[in-house]
Design a protein around this ligand. Structure first.
Ligand SMILES: Cc1cc2nc3c(=O)[nH]c(=O)nc-3n(C[C@H](O)[C@H](O)[C@H](O)COP(=O)(O)OP(=O)(O)OC[C@H]3O[C@@H](n4cnc5c(N)ncnc54)[C@H](O)[C@@H]3O)c2cc1C
Length: 404
């Protein structure tokens, strides 16, 4: 295994850093002010369009896409350090057209989309003209088990009729969110993993309602995380993504890269939190000495550094496996890193908040807004317990002959 950054990664990392220093960091307060002035937490501030135009001009665009026909054509290993930077700088993902859920949607559209779907849905997304959402999770069933889903996608002549109640449909509250990729049951009598299909639904189709945005720990921003209703929504049959009954397989294909991107960003968040923790510990004096001179604080700093390095190496290994043996061959490492990265981010951010005292939970520092994001990583795209179960099952399989 060779995890040394490629010349291309080093070049792009420097260019991203220059973009952050020269354009993105100065634009952060402008972004916040423009959203505040609008009075709408889901407002799309004009400064973001300026940032996108500049990032694109600099060639910092669609860096996530592994296929050069659609994006930068980087391997997962090459993309990892760049995605980590997006965890440190929350606006960087959108500015470079690399933010979820669009990234996952672009990947599956480029892999499974028909020429018509690519022209109508993928192209505007690749160009950053629109946003999209992914509607899978439902309020009334345990949705970490996709076989529980109840929403329906039923054929009716040359259309499909979509009915369902979803929630946590991220991004749906944005006026720029123009379509959803919807997962639902198309044949309840089929074999368990052939029951579901995926379909593209324009958000302005009659019957689509964004009921409300669900705040996360009281925060509601970006495109929101929404409860959505889909009532007798008629969409042309050619909007079905892949084949009928292929929804589960496409969802699996979407999750591999999506999960590892979460991990890369989580490591970036942990690095940022450690950086802030160290600076604060050197600045503050309590009971006659700097916080940094207390053994208990030093231990928290050291543990954080060790855990970040461990998590980064495991992420690199998972990325390397995805690049060499494919997403399926890397599934256990992806599960492992998903658990590790969520733990890392919540633990290190929590330690940093503690070292900051009251300032840590205020909005004057980024820690308070990073924490909810890190906390949700423990169940978004598969709860920790499900990943642990899969790893344990594989581990135990070899010892079945010992069973009495
Ligand atoms: C901020 C945010 C954004 C999101 N964005 C999207 C989105 O864009 N689109 C979308 O479709 N969904 C989205 N989700 C939903 C998310 O993916 C789900 O919350 C997640 O998949 C878990 O499903 P659930 O909430 O139904 O939990 P459930 O399936 O009800 O699980 C609840 C808990 O049960 C436990 N559990 C489950 N299985 C096992 C097991 N095998 N063993 C032991 N314990 C178990 C776990 O502790 C788990 O957390 C988002 C969620 C959040 C919070």
């Amino acid at each position: 295994m060779d995890f040394a950054p490629s010349p291309r990664t080093l070049e792009l990392r420097d260019e991203l850093q220059a973009f952050v220093d020269e354009r993105l960091a100065p634009a952060e307060p402008v972004y916040r002010q423009q959203v505040a002035d609008s009075g709408d937490p889901h407002f799309h501030p004009p400064v973001m369009e300026d940032l996108k135009a500049e990032a694109r001009r600099r060639g910092l665009w669609n860096l996530f896409h592994p296929d050069p026909e659609y994006g930068a054509g980087l391997t997962n290993l090459e993309y990892a350090p760049l995605c980590e930077m997006m965890g440190r700088h929350p606006l960087l993902g959108e500015a470079t057209n690399c933010s979820a859920p669009d990234t996952g949607n672009m990947e599956i559209l480029s892999r499974f989309g028909t020429p018509l779907q690519k022209e109508q849905f993928l192209r505007p997304l690749l160009d950053g003209e629109v946003r999209s959402c992914f509607a899978m999770t439902e309020p009334w069933v345990a949705s970490s088990d996709a076989t529980n889903l109840q929403s329906r996608i039923e054929r009716d002549g040359d259309h499909y009729v979509v009915n369902g109640h979803k929630w946590w449909t991220s991004g749906a509250a944005s006026a720029r969110c123009k379509f959803a990729i919807f997962l639902g049951v198309s044949d309840p009598d089929a074999e368990t993993y052939r029951r579901q299909s995926m379909i593209l639904v324009p958000m302005d189709t009659p019957g689509v309602t964004v009921v409300r945005s669900l705040p996360v720990f009281g925060h509601d921003a970006g495109g929101g995380h929404c409860e959505t209703l889909w009532e007798n929504v008629r969409v042309p049959a050619e909007y079905l993504l892949g084949e009928e009954g292929g929804g589960f397989a496409i969802a699996q294909a979407r999750l591999g890269p999506g999960r590892i991107h979460h991990c890369m960003r989580a490591i970036g968040m942990a690095e940022k939190a450690l950086e802030l923790m160290c600076a604060r510990a050197q600045m503050r004096v309590a009971f006659g000495k700097h916080l940094a001179d207390n053994a208990v604080v030093q231990q928290q700093v050291a543990e954080s550094r060790i855990e970040i390095e461990q998590a980064r190496l495991l992420t690199m290994k998972a990325a390397w496996l995805m690049d060499t043996v494919g997403n399926k061959g890397a599934r256990f490492e992806i599960s492992a890193i998903k658990v590790v990265a969520a733990r890392l981010a919540t633990t290190v951010i929590d330690r940093a908040i503690q070292v900051f005292g009251g300032a840590g939970v205020s909005d004057d520092w980024p820690l308070a807004s990073m924490y909810p994001h890190a906390r949700t990583l423990h169940f978004v795209d598969g709860p920790d317990e499900v990943h642990l179960q899969q790893i344990a099952r594989r581990e135990l399989r070899a010892y079945e002959p010992f069973r009495v």
